[in-house]
Ligand binder design. Structure first.
Ligand code: SF4
Length: 239
């Protein structure tokens, strides 16, 4: 199956900017952005980020406020703080042997950096990869990682797989089957997440009195290190 998949990938692979590098920092930035944001939205933001902070050292030297503002619009802003802290760790101590000690880096992101940047023989399994392996009943090699991700994202879709376009259809025992609808992502409109995003946007424009903004939200943002509160004024962190 790996061969059929890789031949398909040769023809159909998506040209994504983080696929043109093997730099561990650049791969880490892309993976953290991709954790909860769609590829199309990530591409221009990733390019801007790498232009602005091309190395872990450059990012480590940036202020938290600049990092938070640059992240605006990607959502789940805690990721920006984690990425900043990870860059500081790398700038100070180098890359750790166990990448999961870096803030915001779980087993999947660590495996992705090890494969895509360091060329290690480890297959990063995200939901797309797990779905293709479950449906085909095949365990793919690490070299198929990018191909599997593309297949899961564009052909072996969660709800209605496009089996007629699939290079694995001849050998796949699940050809023509569908999954039950997945649980829908909770609504953003009116959610606590939306309140957090709106408050952070307001504070990024200018410091505010706590009483002017949503105090519950401000406390949660402060806990995540996204804002600081001093003398009843909430602002972006200056360190
Ligand atoms: S044949 Fe269908 S179910 Fe099987 S891997 Fe391809 S798209 Fe997925």
């Amino acid at each position: 199956m790996d061969e059929a998949l890789l031949a398909w990938f040769d023809r159909e692979s998506r040209d994504l900017p983080w696929r043109r590098t093997r730099d561990a920092y650049a791969i880490l930035v892309s993976e953290v952005m991709l954790q909860q944001t769609q590829v199309e939205r990530v591409v221009p933001r990733y390019e801007r980020w790498i232009d602005r902070w091309p190395t872990a050292e450059a990012l480590a030297a940036a202020s938290s406020a600049d990092v938070i503002v640059e992240w605006q619009g990607l959502g789940y802003n805690r990721r920006a703080i984690s990425l900043h802290r990870a860059a500081k760790h790398v700038a100070e101590h180098g890359w750790p042997a166990d990448l999961t000690v870096l803030p915001g880096v779980g087993p999947y992101t660590a495996a992705a950096v090890r494969n895509f940047a360091l060329g290690e023989d480890v297959l990063p399994r995200d939901v797309n990869v797990e779905r293709v392996e479950r449906r085909t009943g095949h365990v793919f090699s690490a070299s198929a990682a990018q191909a599997l991700m593309d297949l899961g994202a564009t052909v072996c879709l969660a709800r209605i797989p496009r089996c007629s376009e699939c290079p694995l259809a001849a050998e796949c025992p699940s050809v023509g089957t569908r999954d039950e609808p997945a649980r829908k992502q909770s609504r953003f409109e009116g959610s606590f997440r939306q309140r957090r995003a709106a408050t952070l946007r307001a504070v990024a424009q200018a410091p505010r009195r706590v009483s002017e903004v949503d105090p519950e939200v401000v406390r949660s943002l402060a806990t995540d290190g996204l804002v600081v509160i001093e003398d009843d004024v909430v602002a972006l962190p200056t360190y």
